[in-house]
Write a protein that binds this ligand. Sequence first.
Ligand code: GDP
Ligand code: MG
Length: 398
Amino acid sequence: MSDKVSGFFKRLFGTEPAPEPTPAPPETQPETPVAPPQPETAPVAPTPEPVAPPPPAPEDVPPPGPPETTPDYIEAVEDQFVTPPAPIAPPAERQSWFSRLTTGLRRSSDNLTASITSVFTKRKLDAATLDELEDVLIQADLGLETATAITETLRRDRFDKDVSGEDVRAVLASEVEKVLGQVARPLVIETSQKPFVILMIGVNGSGKTTTIGKLAQKFAAEGKSVMLAAGDTFRAAAIEQLQVWGQRTGAPVIAMPAGSDASGLAFDAVTQAKAQGRDVLIIDTAGRLQNRDELMNELEKIIRVIKKVEPSAPHATLLTLDATTGQNAMKQVEIFGKRAGVTGLVMTKLDGTARGGILVAIAKKFGLPVHFIGVGEGVDDLEPFSANEFARAIAGRE
Ligand SMILES: Nc1nc2c(ncn2[C@@H]2O[C@H](COP(=O)(O)OP(=O)(O)O)[C@@H](O)[C@H]2O)c(=O)[nH]1
Ligand SMILES: [Mg+2]
């Protein structure tokens, strides 16, 4: 490992690889903040935060005020768990995206390749070996169908022949790429929509606000005029977190005092972004567990209210999925998909988990576009999703 790579590894994981995070957080548990990586150089000093003046409330939307019901888990969270955005590392330190992807996915790929190697040490391919391999692939969260496709390809082409771990990894990479190639789709910002409205949804701590900051940076770099809406109105710190991202990326942030009605805020944000002719409006929302019906109702209300201003909006409803939650992500896609009409996925935290294979299972089952993946907290740790790169990285084929 080069010094550069190991330095990055240390910033991501500390000197020891991080323990595997627990699956889906229990309902009473707030999002677990991931300790921000230690920058090797002085962080960029945050400049004073701008506070967007609260826009006037439209007549047909309830005025800002405490939400009708404050969910108990949100009360418990309060402000202390909102992590400020990680400092931006100077460009000279950054590695290429592919090396960051492979570094980030190393825990997933090491896990897989070590298991594959232990199954295939100078052995002729027989039925027992194929069964063992299938178990390994299922345990790596790839899903039954993909696991079977890989073992069937090997059975067809290589049965009773010598097969090395490297041969198996080549088949793994190619099958994974086949599945992911169906869903790797860029997020297209239609310029005919002004603004193109993106609604960001997902469970607590899945990376919504961070992803919004990263996206705002990308769009701004493309010369688009971006506006952000602090739709996680439950917590003052969540509003501030988005304002820090707004300051960094030069995007104005529409905000109301904590406790305001999220749908009223969304209404104002779309109205203002429209009036100002913004290219993109990204609306943040409070984290919600998919099995909390009243929270899912609130999300539906936000969408209805957005449509009052602009019937074609939201133009993209992006579900952020935390890769470390493993199998629970499947349930999230299913329920958010039904209730909020998810148009695309962003998978975050692929750097902190051995469970990156879950993206393959999700792709196979739901076929929803995967637009971006995140492999760190930094502003450029989010990239458009590439099936080929992901497949090579997870199969350990650099
Ligand atoms: N390691 C890692 N951390 C991430 C990534 N995306 C977000 N985070 C961190 O996850 C935590 C929760 O993110 P946040 O955006 O506040 O989640 P939200 O509750 O969905 O808005 C923060 O500490 C982020 O810095 C990622 O791709 N990798
Ligand atoms: Mg948030």
